[in-house]
Design a protein around this ligand. Sequence first.
Ligand SMILES: [Zn+2]
Length: 302
Amino acid sequence: MQFLPAAFLLATSGLHVLLAQGAPDPLKQQPVPGNLDELRRTARMIPGRRPLRVNVLKFAESRRTKNFSVKGAAPEPSIQARTVFQVVYADGYIMIDSGMDEQVHKTFGRGVAEPYDFEAAKQVDKAVRGARAIVMTHEHGDHVAGVIRTPSVNEIAPKTVLTKTQVQTLLTNPQMPEIKLTEEMAKRYIVIDYEKYDPFAPGMALMKAAGHTPGSQMIYVVLESGVEYLFIGDSAWHMDGIRQIKGKDAPWIKEDEAALTTQLTWLNGLSHTEKNLVIVVSHDDEQRKQYIERGLLGKALE
Ligand SMILES: [Zn+2]
């Protein structure tokens, strides 16, 4: 067969002809960051009753403009909520992320005082202490400081699950000196390692998602009712990042942008095809309010 320009082939004969020509398969070339069916299967592996509901609590805010969260967005005010999530079972609960104390919160304002809700922070601390387990979307200060800098660390560390990669970052390259771990401190936590998926609890599975940080993971939860959640941590800071497949534009963070683009593309696809899946963006304050209104997230910790 005579060589024809790819554009001509696409225009006239469809993709299969292009593939027959020996051109690279675009589907094979794109690294797929995850598979929802694998997550569903993994979340079924630990027997037991699945969770009943999920709660969220906002304990602090960053007052930023949207263009930092979504590249190309208008520089209009956009609140970044600092949040934790509580996965409630019939006989206990698991916390996703652990909050942060005021001192760590201040480092995020970079000189500007931003709201910190002491009452809510107290509730976060109490919930973390009462949890069966605490698991982290990633190793940044606003998510992990609550299990590192807490006066209750003796009680909390033995039920806090960190991945090996998260610990590695906290040992060698922490986001801020306040959350740096020593080898001695790291031994107090439950440290896990897995290849891609990990069964965590009944109806709950972890998936590696390096990109925003090396230790980022997404957390899948399916309730008794069948409603599914995917906690994506900071892979996006606002749902618009997923809707538009646009990364952040924040000069103070260093990310693996290529990895994040594949994650955003995957999540964008899921948002269209999986109507039963609730994608939870840690810092999207508008989404938090909408999900509370729709009854998808409870607005208080219990
Ligand atoms: Zn964050």
